[in-house]
Design a binder for this molecule. Structure first.
Ligand code: PEP
Ligand code: MN
Length: 337
């Protein structure tokens, strides 16, 4: 349920509402807009009904039931787009944000080359996995903490932020120490314990769509993170499993539009995992921006032919530069400049 405070309500009115919510054993979440404050109430259904019946407190304009299971994530809860500020880089604002780098951190040399390339191309974030979710246990599993340290060092050198995957509950704290954004991979989208844990890590979370997740399941996964205390969730469409095998996944760009209708949170697109093919990354990156994505996450490797992971879908630095130029030009046209 949301409680809409009237524009002329006072701090004292809000305080009384908060006390009332707590007295019912419920939790609240404030959203302060330009003209009014909205109080999102979450918790037990019965307690919410009880609160609804006894909520004619001073300063309350109206109460509205949120019909969907996901509450804090929904547009009903917050009408304006959320802009997530990661150390000065704004995600969901007026300009698309780009995260780029190798699939996996392989060595200091590889990562430094990649960081240089993506920063010259205009990316704001360095991506790279230190913990890799591989289909086979015999494939490269990542460099773990050593990789995290390298990411931080390379990103700092080139004035980039770090986004990297956290695979496991036990390493949330460790990853949060080095990363600016914690990435939840497709395979973990419904690992609810992990979602709760990243939700209270204090870091923003990039939530990839599960391999076979519906939009509704994806939104509910974000609700797990938000209801654990994190306001800063970014969705990432990375393709889903369909009957098609030519591409690695089927990049569902309609999901970007759907999620932006249903939620106030930003949505970015991963055309690398979404297609699995280098030649398709640039066209799908442009298509993503055209449908209103708030940014992109793109795999870039200084030497894709020797990459330990996902070389076939990784762009070279020159290819990345080209895509970035095209996106910039396209974005200017879309904005009517
Ligand atoms: C990745 O970004 O490297 C990755 C493993 O992605 P996904 O979880 O989308 O497969
Ligand atoms: Mn990858």
């Amino acid at each position: 349920m949301i409680i809409v405070m009237s524009p002329n309500s006072t701090e004292a009115d809000l305080e009384k509402v908060k006390i009332k919510i707590k007295s019912e054993g419920l939790e609240y979440h404030l959203s302060t807009g330009t003209s009014r404050t909205i109080v999102g109430v979450i918790g037990d259904k019965k307690a919410i009904s009880n609160l609804e019946m006894h909520c004619c407190l001073p300063g309350v304009e109206k109460t509205v039931r949120i019909t969907e299971k996901y509450k804090l994530v929904s547009r009903e809860f917050k009408q304006e787009n959320s802009v997530i500020d990661v150390g000065g880089v704004k995600i969901g604002g007026s300009k698309p944000v780009v995260m780029a780098g190798p699939c996996a951190v392989e060595s200091m040399e590889q990562l430094m080359e990649a960081a240089k390339a993506v920063s010259e191309g205009g990316a704001q974030f360095l991506r790279g996995g230190a913990f890799k979710p591989r289909t086979s246990p015999y494939d490269f599993q990542g460099m773990a903490e050593e990789g995290l340290k390298m990411l931080r060092q390379a990103a700092d050198k080139y004035n980039l932020k770090v986004v990297t995957e956290v695979l496991d509950q036990r390493t949330v704290e460790e990853v949060a120490e080095y990363a600016d954004i914690l990435q939840i991979g497709a395979r973990n989208m419904q690992n609810f314990q992990l979602l709760k844990e990243v939700g209270c890590s204090g870091r923003p979370v990039l939530l990839k769509r599960g391999l076979s997740a519906t939009i509704n399941e994806w939104l509910n996964a974000a609700e797990y993170i938000m209801s654990s205390g994190c306001d800063d969730v970014i969705f990432c469409e990375r393709g889903i499993r369909t009957f098609e095998t030519y591409t690695r996944n089927t990049l569902d760009l309609s999901a970007v539009v759907a999620v932006k209708e249903l939620s106030h949170l930003p949505v970015i697109v991963d055309p690398s995992h979404g297609t699995g093919r280098r030649s398709m990354v640039s066209p799908m990156a442009k298509a993503a921006i055209a449908v209103g994505a708030d940014g992109l996450i793109i795999e870039v490797h200084p030497h894709p032919e020797v990459a330990l992971c996902d070389g076939d879908q990784s762009l070279t630095p020159a290819e990345f530069n080209r895509v970035m130029d095209e996106i910039r030009r396209m974005y200017e046209i879309l904005r009517g400049e």
